[in-house]
Design a protein around this ligand. Structure first.
Ligand code: F6P
Length: 347
């Protein structure tokens, strides 16, 4: 191979720049040039959509949030068009860094004969076929830090504090964030809650002299018998489903159920979870996943993505991850651990 491309698709996640740095340094080390495609797959069709990445381009990137190539989670393109552009640009292969949407397009390009490898990214940790995605650990730290701050203010005011966190229809971020942040209740998409059970936790804590209750609500959390809550305005603006608002709904339910026993406040943590520097863990994980994917590509493999399996980097078929998402399984040992330390699911 003489020239490969790299792009960062989907929503951004801490560690993208560390991954770009690793792809570029690994390829240059083997004498292969790297073209960056800007704005996810959008750069294939935009004027000025590509940039050559050299050693100097990736200096200081290890700890920088965002993506120097920028991201795009709204662009739905035509894989035939991208394949044609790869040929026009003289590209021998592609490293696609992204979540299930990006890996889906990568899989379609692979079916059309392009040598493409993936690096799994998302703060949601919901890519099928890998135990971990880079960006997740950094987002968990943000959630955990927010929990500590909310406990401080909630405790001072005798309040129930709710924080709605991202994760789409998977509860990994909420579960890990709640455990790390010392929450009392976590509401997950995978375990429907009942408002009366959540209120019972608050009353129980109150009767034991606790002056606050902290509740982490996954944006995809569902009340028993109902569906996930979409944010109508953001969904309409973005032309696809955007979850949001369930934290406020739970706050209303608790306000009614508690009848003034405690004040209730809810907030959305939002995109604070996506920005900022990656944790050292994500820097190392991103570097490892990127290096292995690039090695595979340079050795002539395609249709694979690098995955984290039982503490090691492996390579898995990209088609297995395309168009699917992973959720917290009912037998996940972390659920048992959570219950052992009195973290309630409101079920
Ligand atoms: O998939 C990553 C993610 O951050 C989800 O957790 C969240 O639901 C969504 O993207 C938000 O997307 P947007 O950037 O369009 O607001």
């Amino acid at each position: 191979m003489k020239k490969i491309a790299v792009l960062t698709g989907g929503g951004d996640a801490p560690g993208l720049n560390a991954v770009l740095r690793a792809v570029v340094l690994t390829a240059l080390g083997r004498g292969v040039r790297v073209l960056g495609i800007r704005d996810g797959f959008g750069g294939f069709v935009e004027a000025d959509g590509t940039v050559e990445l050299k050693e100097d381009s990736v200096r200081g990137l290890l700890w920088r949030g965002g993506s120097i190539l920028r991201c795009n989670n709204q662009y739905r393109g035509n894989p035939d068009l991208f394949v044609g552009r790869m040929q026009e640009l003289g590209l021998d292969g592609l490293v696609a860094v992204g979540g299930d949407g990006t890996l889906t397009i990568a899989a379609q390009m692979h079916e059309r004969g392009v040598k493409v490898v993936g690096v799994p990214k998302t703060i949601d940790n919901d890519v099928v076929g890998t135990d971990l995605t880079f960006g997740f650990d950094s987002a968990v730290s943000v959630v955990a830090e927010a929990c500590g701050r909310l406990i401080d203010t909630g405790e001072s005011h005798h309040r129930v504090m709710l924080v709605e966190v991202m994760g789409r229809h998977s509860g990994f971020l909420a579960l890990h964030g709640a455990l790390a942040g010392g929450a009392d209740v976590v509401l997950l998409p995978e375990i429907p809650y009942r408002p009366e059970n959540v209120a019972a936790v608050v009353r129980g804590r109150s009767s034991r002299g606790r002056t606050y209750t902290l509740i982490v609500v996954a944006e995809g959390a569902v009340r028993e018998g109902r569906g996930a809550v979409a944010d109508a305005v953001r969904s309409a603006r973005s032309g696809g489903e955007r979850l949001g608002g369930v934290g406020d709904l739970v706050a209303d339910e608790l306000h009614d159920a508690l009848k003034g026993l405690h004040g209730v406040r809810a907030m959305q943590l939002g995109h604070l979870q996506r920005g900022g520097p990656p944790t050292p863990f994500d820097r190392v994980l991103g570097t490892r996943l990127a290096t292995h994917a690039t090695w595979a590509l340079l050795e002539g493999h395609g249709g694979l993505f690098s995955a984290w399996h039982r503490g090691e980097v492996t390579l898995a078929p990209i088609t297995g991850a395309a168009g699917r998402h992973r959720t917290v399984e009912a037998d996940d040992p972390l659920l048992t651990v959570a219950r052992a330390v009195n973290l309630s699911f409101g079920d």
